[in-house]
Design a protein around this ligand. Structure first.
Ligand code: ZN
Length: 155
């Protein structure tokens, strides 16, 4: 699997919020190993305009934000800030180790009138059987909207 978008979450956020976050400040050592530090999570959330980089939903508090590896670690993705994105619980768990193209379909389905009624695998089966579902297949990610609008995202 590979990244299938010309833009990445880092292109659609206010990276000035992250300039002083050196690699040693991204992680915090705990008894169970390393975790993303709260200062990093807070700054990434602020840099992402307190929204999920993918679906654009508002995330109420940095404590509720998730840090997603854009290119999954299982695919060789790094821990560099450019490979990390602020995500909501839905998008982070939906993406898992999948690609952005797979996530785009899942978010588009979730945001469609049949979201929450038809699962992604059911939707794919229905589509393959010729059913036309009311899904916006080219629905842009939030970070793509921000990047296209020069950082000044307007709803
Ligand atoms: Zn999301």
């Amino acid at each position: 699997m590979s990244i299938t978008t010309a833009m990445l979450p880092a292109d659609g956020r206010d990276n000035s919020r992250l300039v002083d976050i050196t690699p040693d400040r991204v992680f915090k050592r705990t008894e169970k190993g390393f975790r993303f530090s709260l200062i990093f999570k807070r700054r990434l959330w602020e840099a992402s305009f307190k929204r999920c980089a993918y679906c654009g939903d508002e995330i109420k508090g940095h404590g509720a934000s998730h840090v997603d590896h854009v290119l999954p670690r299982s695919e060789g993705g790094s821990e560099s800030i450019d490979n990390l994105a602020c995500a909501c619980a839905f998008c982070n768990s939906s993406k898992g180790a999948g690609s952005l193209a797979d996530l785009r379909f899942k978010v588009a389905l979730y945001k469609s009138p049949v979201g929450g009624i038809v699962t992604p695998s059911q939707a794919l089966a229905l589509i393959e059987a010729g059913t036309i579902l009311p899904i916006d297949y080219v629905r842009p990610f939030y970070f793509e909207c921000v990047a296209r609008e020069g950082g000044g995202y307007v709803r």
